[in-house]
Design a binder for this molecule. Structure first.
Ligand code: ZN
Ligand code: MN
Length: 457
């Protein structure tokens, strides 16, 4: 009988904004020398008062809460001070808002709440320095109910959540993620794991914890309620503190910040602006375009790619378009290590290319070669095809001529083949390809070559 497990997540990701949450310092902290994107406010100097809360951050957080299908908090929203002492927090408290949304859902996992926070600085315990460039960068925190039943399910949820955040364009990616995970096994107490910085880390930490707790339960040892830290380098968790030492954050409303309220009208405008969430889009693609789930997922992996597919599918048979975009287009952008958006490939280029293939103006093989030329290239596929000499499906006698030429020029290869060296055939096919500039279909070429060689014998 497998032991049942329950897992919930608290995920922090940086919101995408130009300036910090309570001051005008820029947020591009990763490209700047330590302690340069700072001011009296985000250094929390005595007497320095926060500016009114960054509107871009609030709007981003509202959008994300809406995309996670949350009920919106219509009451006044304010920030609390969460007190704790650590070198990266010069004020001694972290400003954290009350929930802006609650009771949401992402693919059947309930979202307990969504709120905003300020990022602390970066403390390096090994050298004893603190970099405050990050201090005050707005964060969104998403808290789930303990609805995940395996490490795999938690990983799947996190991937889907990151996709929602990417779609929103209001949050930074997995690179800024910090998650706390809580896990309990049937018959054991709840254990919290802190210090997780990636989806893979969350999965590994849960796997490790599951085995550790199972072994304890098997030996009849009680699983204690405690907080553990995940050591990413070793992929293990270690005990930080037991329940008795649990922190008291002494939450109190921050008197320096005015409470905020989002007007109904504003919320309506934001609702109209948010993109369809990726998990909803995937389901719609399956139904509307009759796609397999895996294929729909590939096409919705990026908002711009999904939008491009829908544009192309207006002009080209959706099944054919889906096949090319999920296989060949994805292959090309993956190979170039870029997103579809970064590739600069336009929908009109894709439409023209697919039309040429469908109208048999070029072969499938030629289409594959042309699509490889499209990233960062505004040229139209037709002129690329012309330049590469790929226009026109090859005629039968052209292939026969090419095959005869290949045989005539390479008697040793023919001899090798007749001696039983099958690899020699590949060489001959390669020669025909070269002569026809890749326009001949390989399988058909083999048949023609065999016919000619056998008739010579
Ligand atoms: Zn500042
Ligand atoms: Mn938090």
């Amino acid at each position: 009988m497998p032991i049942k497990m329950k897992c919930g997540l608290e995920i922090h990701v940086q919101l995408e904004t130009d300036s910090k949450l309570f001051c005008n310092c820029p947020t591009n902290y990763q490209d700047t020398p330590a302690n340069t994107n700072i001011c009296f406010v985000c250094l929390n100097q005595p007497g320095a008062k926060p500016f009114p809360t960054n509107k871009q951050a609030i709007e981003g957080a509202l959008k994300i809460a809406l995309m996670l299908d949350c009920k919106m908090n219509q009451e006044v929203i304010y920030f609390m001070r969460k007190h704790y002492n650590y070198p990266d927090l010069s004020s001694g408290y972290q400003r954290t808002s009350i929930p802006i949304g609650y009771e949401g859902d992402l693919n059947g996992i309930r979202i307990r709440e969504v709120h905003m926070e300020e990022d602390p600085g970066q403390y390096k315990p090994d050298v004893g320095t603190v970099d405050f460039n990050r201090s005050g960068i707005p964060l969104i925190e998403i808290v789930t109910e303990p609805d995940m039943k395996s490490p795999e399910e938690a990983r799947k949820f996190l991937k889907e959540l990151i996709r929602v955040l990417e779609y929103s364009a209001n949050a930074r990616g997995e690179g800024t993620m910090r998650a706390d995970v809580n896990i309990s096994l049937e018959g054991g107490k709840r254990v919290e794991i802190k210090n997780i910085n990636s989806i893979k880390g969350a999965y590994k930490a849960l796997k490790f914890e599951m085995v550790r707790q199972k072994n304890l339960l098997k030996r009849g040892v009680e699983v204690q309620q405690e907080t553990r830290a995940f050591l990413e380098s070793q992929m293990i968790t270690v005990s930080m503190r037991l329940k008795e030492e649990a922190e008291d954050y002494r939450y109190l409303p921050d008197p320096d910040l005015a409470p905020m309220q989002t007007e109904e009208e504003k919320l309506r405008i934001i609702k109209d602006e948010i993109p369809e969430a990726p998990h909803i889009k995937t389901k719609r693609f399956i139904k509307e375009y009759n796609l397999a789930e895996e294929h729909a997922k590939v096409l919705t992996s990026e908002l711009e790619l999904a939008n491009a597919f829908e544009e192309v599918a207006k002009e080209i048979d959706p099944e054919f378009a889906a096949l090319w975009m999920r296989d060949e287009l994805k292959r090309v952008i993956y190979y170039n290590k870029m997103s579809f958006k970064e590739s600069g490939i336009s929908t009109s280029q894709l439409i023209e290319l697919l039309e040429m293939i469908q109208n048999k103006e070029i072969t499938t093989k030629a289409g594959k070669r042309i699509i490889e030329q499209l990233p960062h290239n505004s040229e139209i596929p037709r002129s690329i095809a012309e330049k590469m000499g790929l226009i026109g499906i090859i005629k039968e006698d052209e292939i026969i001529n090419a095959a005869q030429q290949a045989i005539k020029e390479n008697p040793e290869a023919v001899e090798d083949y007749n001696q039983g060296k099958k690899a020699a055939m590949n060489f001959l096919v390669g020669q025909v390809m070269r002569i026809t500039r890749g326009k001949a279909e390989p399988e058909h070429t083999v048949k023609i070559l065999l016919k000619l060689i056998n008739s010579d014998n």
